[in-house]
Design a protein around this ligand. Structure first.
Ligand code: GLP
Length: 244
């Protein structure tokens, strides 16, 4: 779906998320949401905060799993996805702390594999993600599933692409300060979500969106795997859709 601009699209996505939460509330169930970081979902989160503050939308029945975190990364660092999520969403809403899951960037290396399996299992035990929202990196990554990721990959430690680290350089004051690795949900993990929404705004994303939507499916552009799923929606602004 193409919207005239980001603000309209972000509002639609936020309304959809609110609907899921309210429907689950009415059924006395938990809403299990897969969340993303980066500039792309910021306005979605701002809209959710507004709905909490102005319309009384409660997040008490919400459980969240974030896609990824840099590795190594301290949660209190200003570039951590923990800090990002607090700043843009969690500190402004009534979600119980224990319902929030973000991959732990402080683990010793030899504990990561077990941790990742556990992350995966927790999602499964809750009945899977009701919705996963995604941005897209210029390498075609979803989460931090860089080129070369397998379609059935699970949550794991990955090495970041050079382009991804260059794109993150501004947040870290230079590429040399960007961690070389990250923990990310896998393509397979994302695929198990009951519904997936990939969002992209601006001309900067137009060429990768063209590849993701119309390009040949390939591990070189992990987002092309989404072509395999019937539960995926691309929500774009006109600029991101301009090469389709
Ligand atoms: C990061 C995140 C991705 C995100 C991508 C795009 O690498 N790990 O989940 O989709 O950046 O970022 P932005 O939304 O800032 O363009």
């Amino acid at each position: 779906t193409v919207y005239s601009e980001e603000s309209v699209a972000a509002q639609k996505v936020a309304q959809h998320i609110a609907e899921i939460i309210r429907k689950k509330q009415a059924a006395n169930e938990m809403a299990v949401l897969g969340l993303a970081t980066g500039a792309t979902p910021i306005q979605v989160y701002a809209n959710l905060v507004k709905m909490h503050q102005e319309d009384g939308l409660s997040f008490k029945n919400v459980i969240t799993f974030n896609l990824d975190e840099y590795y190594p990364m301290r949660p209190d660092a200003k570039q951590s996805y923990v800090t990002f999520m607090d700043e843009h969403l969690f500190s402004h809403i009534d979600i119980p702390k224990e319902n929030i899951h973000i991959p732990d960037g402080t683990l010793p290396k030899d504990e990561i594999a077990d941790y990742c399996l556990d992350y995966e299992n927790k999602i499964g035990e809750l009945g899977g993600l009701d919705l996963q929202i995604l941005g897209i990196g210029r390498t075609g990554h979803i989460g931090f599933n860089e080129p070369g990721s397998a379609p059935n990959s699970g949550t794991r430690l990955v090495t970041l692409d050079d382009l991804t680290r260059r794109d993150a350089a501004r947040d870290f004051g230079g590429k040399e300060n960007v961690p070389t690795k990250a923990i990310t949900m896998g393509v397979g993990t994302i695929f198990k979500a009951k519904e997936i929404i990939l969002m992209a705004w601006s001309k900067k994303k137009a060429s990768i969106i063209k590849k993701a939507v119309e390009g040949e499916m390939s591990g070189n552009v992990p987002a092309t795997y989404l072509q395999l799923s019937d539960n995926v929606r691309f929500i774009l602004d006109e600029d991101a859709a301009s090469e389709l």
